[in-house]
Structure formats: C-alpha cells, structure tokens
Design a protein around this ligand. Structure first.
Ligand SMILES: Nc1ncnc2c1ncn2[C@@H]1O[C@H](COP(=O)(O)OP(=O)(O)O)[C@@H](O)[C@H]1O
Ligand SMILES: [Mg+2]
Length: 245
C-alpha cells in the first residue's frame, strides 16, 4: 500500500517515524506517519479528529492503514518555530499571525457541533503560507464530550494549567497556548513565557502585555472566553495604533 509513494525525507520521533513522500502517480506530496507500538491511541485519535475537520487550514486524512499508519496531506510553508528563530516579528506582524491562528481555530470548529480543542498548540504546529496560518498535529486534540487520552499531555511551556489536571479542557486551553506564542513572537529575550518574564520585559507595550495576560491567566475563567473576543482585542489595539501613529 505504501509502494505508491517515494520518500523525499524521513524523520524519527519518540513515538513515530514521519516521512515526507510523493505519490508516484499523482505527484501529490504527503506526510506518512508511522506510529510505534504502544502509540496506536495517538494514531486513532488523530484519524478521528481529522475526519471531522473540513477546514482547508488543517491537513486532510488521505488514508488510514491498519492501526498505526496515517497518510496526511502535506502543508507547505514555514513553521512559526522557524520564523520565531529568524527574529522577524514586529508588533503588527505578531498580532496579525495571532489573528490568523484564531481564525483557523474558528474555521476548524465551524462544521463540528462540539468543540475541537487542539491541546498541543505551539510554534512547530503552526505552518504559515502566504500570510495564512495552518494548524497541524491533532494527535492530542480533544473533541467535545471526550475524555483526553492522557492525564498529562501537551507540551511543557505551552500547556495550560488545566492540562495538568487542575480543571477541564475547553477552548480557553488553546487560548493559553496562543498567548504564549504571541509572547514568543514579540519578546526580545526569547525566554519561554512565564509570569516573571512578561513582568520584567520592558520592550513589550502595555496593550500587548494585557492581551498576553488575558490569554494566559492561570484560571480559565479569567482568560478570553473564545477566540472571537481575542480577535476583537487585536482589532482594538490595531485601531488605536493607527489613530496615534
Ligand atoms: N501534514 C504536515 N505538513 C507539513 N509538515 C508537517 C506535517 N506534519 C508534520 N509536519 C512537520 O513535522 C514536524 C513534526 O510533526 P508532528 O506531527 O508535530 O510530530 P511531533 O509532535 O512528534 O514532533 C512538524 O513540526 C512539521 O514541521
Ligand atoms: Mg507535534
């Protein structure tokens, strides 16, 4: 089944092997994810979630093979991780990318009656192409009503407190990670986000600090309720700059 693909590149990860491939017959570029034994639940979860997503800003599940192989469409572009390392972000661009990530999350949730919470948003899971943000890696995503497959998941530094069992998972969980990513785009020290680093950072204007804070409050109830409120605040900050500059 895999012999219709030619391998361009492959990468071994802790729980899987990733292979960027070309379909020899159609020329389509795909990502083949071969999960190691013991990680079939991740494979199954990614399949289930991707099969509910209609948005063009997330990869498509092309084929599911046995219980451990997913063939997924390849998303062209640069990861946010690569862009952050290039240090190219001014305020405007950082806010625009944040707005794009919010719109992608909104679009992903458009066709599904329950919430899809990604639960592992971080710069290496955001791909930027022609100004649009694509979200990848739905292995850990939680669909409304489901219990997460792990008690401790996500990535340290981006995972919200509730991912350590302090509260339930909901939209606000992804908003926490969006706040951390915004901080990483605009912080000059490039330290991972913490309450301490944002307070000490004199380069970040108060309006941006307030957005990051409203995303990353420890208690979910103190964060933005949904991505639309965050988009609104981004618009307010942008309008204010336009009027004052
Ligand atoms: N569908 C895809 N399209 C393009 N690049 C991808 C795709 N899936 C994964 N990648 C690339 O591979 C990297 C690792 O993939 P990911 O699924 O996040 O594995 P892991 O979580 O184990 O690191 C991503 O950061 C991205 O650069
Ligand atoms: Mg990943």
């Amino acid at each position: 089944m895999l012999n219709k693909y030619s391998v361009i590149n492959s990468l071994k990860k802790k729980n899987k092997t990733l292979m960027i491939c070309n379909n020899k017959f159609t020329g389509e570029k795909v990502m083949i994810k071969i999960y190691k034994q013991g990680f079939e639940a991740n494979c199954e979860n990614e399949r289930k979630v991707l099969s509910h997503i209609k948005s063009k800003r997330a990869p498509k599940l092309i084929e599911a093979i046995e219980d451990h192989i997913n063939i997924i469409s390849y998303v062209e572009g640069e990861t946010l991780d690569q862009l952050i390392r290039k240090n190219i972000f001014g305020k405007d661009y950082a806010l625009e990318i944040t707005r794009q990530i919010c719109m992608t999350l909104e679009e992903i949730n458009l066709d599904y009656k329950h919430d899809i919470v990604h639960c592992d948003l971080k710069p290496s899971h955001i791909i930027l192409n022609q100004g649009k943000a694509y979200i990848i890696d739905f292995e850990n995503a939680v669909m409304g009503g489901d219990d997460p497959i792990y008690s401790n998941y996500g990535t340290i530094g981006y995972a919200a407190p509730e991912q350590y069992g302090l509260d339930s998972i909901s939209h606000e969980t992804d908003i926490y990670a969006i706040g951390v990513m915004l901080y990483e785009m605009i912080a000059t020290d490039k330290n991972t986000y913490s309450d301490f680093s944002i307070d000490q950072n004199n380069y970040i204007t108060l309006d941006l600090k307030s957005i990051v804070r409203n995303c990353t409050e420890h208690k979910k109830c103190n964060r933005y309720d949904n991505v639309s409120s965050l988009i609104n605040d981004i618009k307010l900050v942008n309008n204010f700059w336009k009027q004052t500059c």
